[in-house]
Design a binder for this molecule. Structure first.
Ligand code: PLP
Length: 381
């Protein structure tokens, strides 16, 4: 059966995770591990659909978490894999559990490290690191730039130098300064990291290059990444970790919706049973325009519509799209690249129902993972 037919047969709204695309991504990441001996960790904040964790763990070393809950999820659903965590600040009642389930814990400041050090050092199997802020990033949107002025993320060189005497017990450095970027950005970033923090790297057991590496995009220079990792490993004699989120789940899923109504106000408008604000918040936050199968930009094909969700938010507009034929109520529209930063970020603003989650397996069978209803809305309030 054709993909669009399979997807259009499902009740909407729904997310569909596409196993074969996930595997394509994972094969590239596996290759990076094979060619370098580095460890690739899934950044769960981008994609936490744990039904796929057994599959993911066949290809990459493990996961990283933004805090206790993601770390617990990985501990339960990807047992035996590497479980790393970084948070801008841990709470006293979280650290005890993290120490028993994580193998790497990264602190954001010397004060957090000093606060937890005594307890931490009672766990010889856990490795501790510090997040550095190299004060170099090529990200232009402040909300995604961890190196903007007065950023709370990571330790700058001047703060690091002042605390050098506190480094005992620290085995690694972590930086995360990239977003959807290529190996050339990593190369320039590493040059700054080495210039500033190179003197410390000789004494470390590992370095973590963070996320934001667009490794599974067709134009990404995987060979350059391999060369960079191997060079750093060799020069400082340490392990290298990278923790992509997007690169694991890019283009690995769909959001299917139904046209509910068609109106007109200066142009044709279609209201669909999915919402940018609730089901694909990055469309408004990044912002970006997601692709719909069979569509063109506004004005490109004969019939153009402004698509919006059924919430009260005036700005709940997904974008302008054109089609070969006029849209009708009941038509299905399929958004692509909807596996990452969607199911982990959605919400029930306006009492919007959450889309069901399906997995499209490699044998074309479709598995319903989770269906949501009124109780899921009510139980959070
Ligand atoms: C967001 C984030 C990642 C993953 O970023 P992607 O852009 O999804 O690859 C990895 N590490 C840290 C610390 C992050 O904040």
């Amino acid at each position: 059966m054709k993909l669009t037919e399979i997807l259009s047969a499902l009740p909407t709204p729904c997310y569909v995770i596409e196993e074969c695309s996930l595997v394509d991504n994972l094969e590239t990441l596996w290759e990076v591990e094979q060619k370098t001996g580095c460890h690739v960790l899934l950044a769960q904040k981008a994609f936490s659909n744990y039904k796929t964790y057994p599959l993911i763990s066949e290809y990459i070393s493990g996961t990283t978490a933004s805090g206790l809950f993601e770390a617990k999820l990985a501990h339960e659903e990807m047992p035996g894999a590497m479980n790393h965590v970084f948070s801008p600040a841990y709470k006293d009642d979280e650290i005890d559990e993290l120490l028993t389930i994580c193998d790497h814990i990264v602190f954001n400041s010397f004060s957090q490290w000093k606060h937890f050090r005594e307890k931490a050092l009672r766990y010889p199997d856990v490795s501790f690191g510090l997040r550095i802020n190299p004060e170099y990033s090529e990200i232009e949107t402040d909300i995604y730039n961890p190196c903007f002025e007065n950023s709370r993320l990571g330790i700058t060189l001047s703060a690091f130098e002042k605390n050098e005497k506190e480094l005992e017990g620290i085995s690694g450095l972590h930086f995360h300064t990239m977003c959807e970027q290529g190996a050339d950005t990593l190369e320039r970033t590493l040059a700054v990291v080495e210039e500033k923090f190179g003197k410390y790297l000789y004494n470390m057991k590992w370095i973590n290059f963070g996320g934001g590496h667009h490794i599974t995009k067709p134009d990404y220079d995987v060979e350059k990444l391999v060369t960079l990792i191997n060079r750093i490993k060799g020069k400082y004699d340490l392990e290298v970790y990278i923790e992509p989120g997007e690169a694991v789940a890019i283009d690995a899923g769909y959001l299917v919706c139904t046209v509910l109504d068609i109106t007109k106000n200066g142009m044709d408008i279609a209201i669909v049973d999915t919402s940018a604000a609730c089901h694909m918040p990055d469309v408004l936050e990044m912002p970006y325009r997601p692709f719909i199968i069979g569509s063109g930009n506004g004005g490109e094909k004969p019939y153009t519509y402004r698509l919006g969700g059924p919430t009260c938010l005036a700005g709940d507009v997904i974008g302008d799209y054109s089609f070969d034929k006029p849209l009708s109520v009941g038509d299905r529209l399929i958004f692509t690249d909807m596996a990452m930063y969607t199911t982990v970020k959605n919400n029930t603003f306006n009492g919007m129902p959450l889309p069901s989650i399906y997995i499209l397996h490699r044998d074309e069978s479709v598995e319903l993972v989770r269906k949501f209803g009124y109780e899921d809305f009510k139980s959070r309030l």
